[in-house]
Design a protein around this ligand. Structure first.
Ligand code: FAD
Length: 482
């Protein structure tokens, strides 16, 4: 009987199109599926609260799926550099297979583990499960990394031929003796904040089956309207696959093939599919950036922003995190984030712009809040999105493009339905005033039951003045360093 193979699951919590699992299952050896809740010294990015909630649900499903195929999932907690050798010793495993991840601290950890395993005579093999093209395989004409999205995507999509997704194994043979596993409940992954989990549970169903069903439902029709509806937070116009992708419950190759198939079968969905895959391309681009600029999550890519005189404003920050800025579209977004662990992309940009440009708070502060509260928190996409909005990223919106929260609300949530859903105290305001209640005549406010400054805050800052202040500061800085 060959020695068992450990399949170390990380952000690839699926059975289908999982190259590490597929290779192990094809080897004819017993399989030890393992997940480690990583606790390592000085971890720069422990999982945020919403991600921990998601992880619990995802592991529950993965555990059930592995057990059904014959090999129960082993759960261990601690430093994988110690856990893997211990499990090898205990089980007699001769190999460890895993799929690669791309956050800098994780790649460094994985490289050290691979070295150590090889030194001990254990086979260590890694695979690509989570990107269409790994960052080092895409180069510009001079052989360097891309800094602008459009040429990156043009170059990548011109040559892209991702292999067909791998099937889930039909069987996972287990070794005779099953190693011990932590009870999932002992990990304390559920949020301690009262009622937080209730909102997340109502909004989402983690796991591979929900990811697959979500993709199928999106490609079955809504994708055709994606180019026009993707910017509308009041519509269900996007795929809502981001947390499934962040945890690897579905992979980009599966998405790419399914989307292409939908476009071939239904020519009316072709434009929508192109536009949808372009966003998958942004995910690839952000991973490319993070690989080539490992400090993406902490330091501005445009170094001239390192000396920007950000403000310190605890009251403004608290109003922003709680969705009480007095700007309905910003508040709806921040409350959607807290209630459901997700925020529509257009509103992420509006809310981020408000924090950085109206309140002049550092983008890193917002990035951290999103990291803790998003179920799709992903280092590359989050840092990329924040740097893009702040104007200091690669191919970013320039700093002087400052979102006007009223005009953005009126354009992308024209009837105010999105605001009404998440800011119920404004739900009886007519569309004309819903994005600027402070301009509504007193009679309208009275009829709608809105008492400004009591039931709903007045704007914590005047947007026109804030805009001028930001532009003046920007011009001043530009004279010096920018
Ligand atoms: P769809 O529009 O259906 O797109 C499909 C997939 O493409 C998404 O699931 C995602 O993987 C990718 N994608 C879509 N838009 C973008 C984008 N602008 N940048 C990169 N990838 C994209 N996305 C995350 O996955 N994790 C984050 O932590 C994150 N933080 C963000 C922070 C800010 C400030 C901003 C502006 C954007 C952030 N995004 C993040 C990108 C984007 O908002 C989400 O990926 C998107 O809203 C997810 O919803 P969806 O699955 O319905 O997207």
């Amino acid at each position: 009987m060959p020695a068992p193979i450990i399949v170390w699951f990380r952000n690839d919590l699926r059975l289908a199109d999982n190259p590490a699992l597929h290779a192990a299952a094809s080897a004819g050896a017993p399989i030890l599926p393992l997940y480690v809740l990583e606790e390592v010294p000085d971890d720069p990015r422990p999982l945020g609260g919403a991600s921990r909630w998601w992880l619990r649900g995802s592991l529950e499903r993965l555990g059930a799926a592995c057990a059904a195929l014959g090999a129960p999932l082993i759960l261990r907690r601690g430093d994988p550099a110690a856990i893997l050798p211990a499990l090898i010793e205990e089980s007699g495993a001769g190999a460890v297979f895993w799929n690669r991840r791309y956050a800098p601290a994780q790649t460094a950890r994985d490289a050290a583990i691979k070295e150590a395993l090889k030194r001990d005579g254990v086979e260590a093999r890694s695979f690509n499960a989570n990107l269409l093209a790994e960052p080092w395989t895409v180069q510009n004409k001079s052989g360097g990394p891309f800094k602008v999205f459009t040429p990156f995507w043009r170059s990548l999509s011109a040559t892209l031929a991702p292999p067909a997704p791998l099937p889930a194994p039909a069987l996972l043979p287990a070794p005779a003796a099953a190693p011990a596993s932590d009870p999932l409940d002992s990990w304390g992954l559920s949020p301690t904040a009262p009622d937080w989990a209730g909102g997340l549970r109502a909004a989402w169903s983690p796991g591979e089956a929900a990811a697959r069903d979500g993709l199928a439902a999106f490609l079955d029709g809504p994708v055709a309207r994606y180019p026009t509806e993707r910017d509308r937070p009041d519509q269900n116009g996007t795929a809502r696959l981001s947390p499934h992708l962040a945890f690897g419950e579905i992979g980009p190759r599966q998405i790419w093939h399914a989307a292409r198939h939908a476009a071939d079968a239904h020519p009316d969905r072709r434009t929508g599919v192109e536009s949808f895959l372009r966003e998958i391309g942004w995910r690839e681009f952000n991973h490319h950036l993070l690989h080539h600029a490992p400090h993406l999550a902490d330091q501005p890519l445009d170094e001239r922003f390192a000396a920007f005189p950000w403000r310190d404003d605890p009251a403004g920050l608290a109003a922003w995190t709680r969705g009480r800025t007095g700007y309905p579209i910003v508040d709806a977004g921040m409350r959607q984030l807290w209630e459901t662990g997700w925020m529509h992309n257009r509103v992420r940009m509006i809310a981020a712009s408000f924090l950085v440009k109206d309140l002049l708070l550092p983008w890193q502060t917002g990035e951290r809040w999103f990291w803790d509260t998003l179920v799709d928190a992903d280092l590359a996409n989050n840092a990329g999105g924040w740097q893009w909005t702040a104007g200091c990223g690669a191919d970013a919106a320039p700093f002087f493009r400052i979102f006007n929260p009223v005009l953005q609300g009126e354009k992308f949530d024209p009837e105010g339905d999105y605001v009404r859903r998440f800011v119920p105290e404004l739900r009886r305001l007519p569309p004309r005033w819903i994005h600027k209640p402070w301009e509504a005549p007193p009679e309208i406010l009275r009829q709608a039951g809105v008492r400004l400054g009591e039931s709903y805050p007045r704007p914590i800052i005047d947007h026109a003045q804030a805009r001028n202040r930001a532009l003046a500061l920007f011009a001043e800085q530009k004279g010096r360093t920018l």
